[in-house]
Ligand binder design. Structure first.
Ligand code: ATP
Ligand code: MG
Ligand code: MG
Ligand code: MG
Length: 439
């Protein structure tokens, strides 16, 4: 992409409405624009990162054996009346009436709808296990939408639902989700710690939230410092293996880690004092096992091996896809701007032409541009006729992992400058070597 042809409306001033750094940086970097409270347009740069995050979520779900689909945003109230949640959900639910006077709602989550799909299309235990998921916009009429996309009213969520014949199978599905979530967050450069949580309006007994530690997080968290040393890393896992998934769950949840909702002071005090941490965190996902709560209420049964109907065991599992942009920025920025982890960056490398219009500099930038494109990498080329200082500031603000600076003086000696956004270190080297380093 050439910056002269892109739409990157960066803001010079710090927007006064933004209270936390990720919100400020997303506005300043031209990623989002609020359209009304808690509802945002995703401008091209923000949209690109959102799509990258979505792609990682998809890849890791498919790897775990879960099946993508898509359900609508608007739902009929009937199903929610059946489950009993139409009244229970309260004012967070946006209720809508259509021209036929039918009660509709903008889905805050999809347990009812997926259970209805399941009961109308699946009748035998032979079709189990089954885990379906989608990535779709949700609406919750949050009492205090704030912090930009972190607590929006309209937000993008991945929500997955497992259907199993037995509790054991459903717990295996739960564990698969835990493993796939660990992988997902790590690929985004994030450490998200599974913490024992409270099930809230979804209901159920087993649930973990995934929290990214950050001072601006809305949850208070209590944990054993040892837990932050755990990394899933590049290990391969057989998702079909009950033992392998269970072992990961045990590894990542055996130390004390709880949110304020389930915090137990006495248990916490058993952790050696020097390892006890009280901090704040951002909830970027949650997994639930809730047994037959919805299948009982909505009569979702399959024919069991003995021919008798069995209510299926279910769970639901969510990732806050749009919230993750805020969480990643909270975890990765400096005073100049965002520092994107490689896994989600909107462009792989920025090319800064110090003297647009200079034949040699233009040609060198074009050549770099072609080399990256041929390698399947996406460069953002600042070809505008502007001061170098402004170009650097924009590149620092939008946080691409690498910047290549090209000017007539360096080119006389056959070199360009390669700068790492994260370390700030620069080195001078021939263009081909700069390309090789980035790739
Ligand atoms: P919170 O406690 O922050 O209100 P929640 O527990 O109500 O979140 P879940 O029902 O668990 O949310 O939804 C799954 C995920 O969706 C959450 O872990 C979070 O990452 C994301 N999410 C929930 N509400 C919002 C929101 N208003 N804006 C952006 N993301 C959200
Ligand atoms: Mg909530
Ligand atoms: Mg919560
Ligand atoms: Mg939650």
């Amino acid at each position: 992409m050439r910056l002269s042809r892109y739409f990157l409306p960066v803001l010079k001033e710090t927007p006064s409405e933004a209270q936390i750094v990720s919100h400020r940086l997303m506005l300043r970097a031209g990623m989002i624009k609020q359209s009304s409270a808690g509802i945002y347009s995703w401008l091209p740069l923000g949209f690109k990162v959102l799509k990258n995050i979505e792609k990682i979520v998809h890849e890791e779900q498919v790897r775990a054996g879960h099946i993508p689909m898509l359900m609508p945003t608007l739902q009929s109230a009937d199903l929610w009346k059946e489950s009993g949640r139409y009244d229970a959900y309260g004012p967070e639910m946006l209720r809508i009436r259509d021209r036929q006077d039918r009660d509709m709602l903008y889905g805050p989550t999809n347990e009812e709808m997926i259970t209805d799909i399941f009961r109308s299309r699946v009748s035998s235990y032979k079709d189990l296990p089954l885990t379906l998921y989608h990535i779709q916009w949700k609406f919750r009429d949050e009492i205090r939408p704030r912090f930009g996309v972190m607590r929006g009213r309209e937000f993008l969520m991945k929500d997955g639902y497992n259907f199993d014949l037995t509790k054991e199978d459903a717990l295996h599905a739960y564990n698969r989700h835990l493993v796939s979530y660990l992988r997902t967050y790590e690929r985004m450069g994030l450490q998200a710690i599974p913490m024992r949580a409270d099930s809230g309006p979804i209901g159920g007994d087993d649930t973990h939230e995934f929290l990214v530690l950050a001072d601006t997080g809305e949850s208070e968290v209590f944990y054993d410092a040892e837990i932050t040393d755990l990394k899933f890393g590049k290990r391969e896992i057989d998702y079909d293996s009950v033992e392998a998934c269970q072992a990961v769950l045990e590894e990542f949840t055996s130390r004390y880690a709880r949110t304020d909702e389930t915090h137990d002071e006495a248990l916490f005090n058993e952790v050696p004092e020097e390892r006890r941490r009280v901090a704040r965190g951002i909830e970027v996902g949650q997994i639930f096992y809730f047994g037959t709560k919805y299948s009982d209420a909505m009569n979702a049964t399959v024919q069991g091996p003995d021919g008798k109907p069995v209510a299926v065991h279910m769970g639901s599992h969510g990732i806050g896809v749009s919230r993750l942009l805020g969480a990643i920025i909270e975890a990765s920025h400096d005073d100049k701007g965002i520092i994107w982890p490689e896994g989600v960056t909107p462009f792989h490398v920025g090319i800064v032409n110090l003297k647009s219009g200079d034949a040699e500099a233009d040609a060198a930038c074009e050549a770099l541009y072609d080399s990256f494109t041929k390698l399947g990498l996406e460069p953002l080329y600042d070809d505008r006729n502007e001061r170098a200082g402004g170009k650097f500031a924009t590149m620092d603000l939008i946080g691409l992992p690498w910047r290549i600076t090209v000017g007539p003086r360096g080119l006389k000696n056959g070199i360009v400058e390669l700068t790492s956004r994260r370390t700030g270190e620069s080195e001078e080297l021939p263009p081909e070597e700069a390309v090789a380093k980035v790739a």
